[in-house]
Design a protein around this ligand. Sequence first.
Ligand code: ZN
Length: 256
Amino acid sequence: MPVSNCPPEHCADLIRSASRVVTLTGAGISTSAGVPDFRGPQGLYVTRRYDPEKVFEIGGFRREPRYFYEFSRDFVGLVRDVQPTFSHHFLARLDRLNKLAGVVTQNIDMLHQQAGSRKVIELHGSYYAARCLGCGRDCRELDYRWWETAMQLSSTPPVARCESCDGVLKPDIVFFGEMVKGFEAAEALVGGCDLLLVLGSSLQVAPASWLPHATDASIVVVNRGQVALPRSSGRYSVDSDLDDYFRKVADCLGMR
Ligand code: ZN
């Protein structure tokens, strides 16, 4: 059984005495908002029977983008009206207090930005931008409503296409076989922190799982279930619902 060894009061103390908090977030921070994870028991791959190799394989996408776009139609429909969680807002408040040096996320749901976090490194990209595979045109500042329209217009299959050349648009999401984005910046950010909060990630997926090794600062991991973090001093793990835990931490900090 995972052990929780960081009561909320202690986490609050660590945050109080830190000035450069960095957080690394995974799917677990967004599931309570209603964003399905990918591989969990209720994950998109499981309930909708997508084949991840077909959906996110870059060679496959270039040959036949419909599998990715069938997934995207469902994903965009699910997350379009989702609101950030208490934990997303808590991090944004640390940001406004100039305590938070930045967020590194494995998520593609853009909820950190929606909550107001200013520095967000999206290791797996997001739907915020896209590039045309035909003419190379870049599209930016896209939101879910834009994608819904773009996918509906081209009906069946729901492939979003370039206005200029009708080429296939590829969202700025990292596919299998592509490099993650901003890893060096993420490593530098973590390397310069004085407290690392790992939220909703089991630290089992590389290269995000390498990031905790970039710092000697205290690390608090809050996640449901097992976490792959070696135990040593200054390393804490909490097996808890994130929002419940950070409501208590916020209370200790007088932030409610
Ligand atoms: Zn084009």
